[in-house]
Design a protein. Sequence first.
Length: 153
Amino acid sequence: MKDIVCRPYIFNDRSACLAIFDSNVPTFFAPEERADFCEFLGGINAEDRPYLVLTRQGSVIACGGLIAMTETRQAVLAWGMVERALHGQGLGTRLTRARLALARTIPNIAVLRLATSQHTRGFYEDFGFIVSKVTPDGFASGLDRWDMTLRLT
């Protein structure tokens, strides 16, 4: 893991992030979510929509960010994913730790929220996230939506 670099997303990372998304369809993302992810990538900024990538030897292998809403003292973990062939190597943990650390640097953020599926809710529970709502088929048929929260303070 020493060869992994975490850095801010740049526009040239777009195609690699889309390829990572595609590698996780249909188990972790529904195909129809791709348009939403494309739109999200177009709105990334360092101030309230920071996005990170993990690279190995210059290649993007994971990505994820957050949306800060300081007026409500909340942030949302957004679009976190690891190249499917690299699951189980600790990259998701490293990416999530980096996003949690990033959230803690933003003034006035007290709560993190996220929406995930039944496939990854246990992963986030290991970080202390608590389930607040479950919506069967909330993302797509067979892909339930699990809304979760984590208090930072």
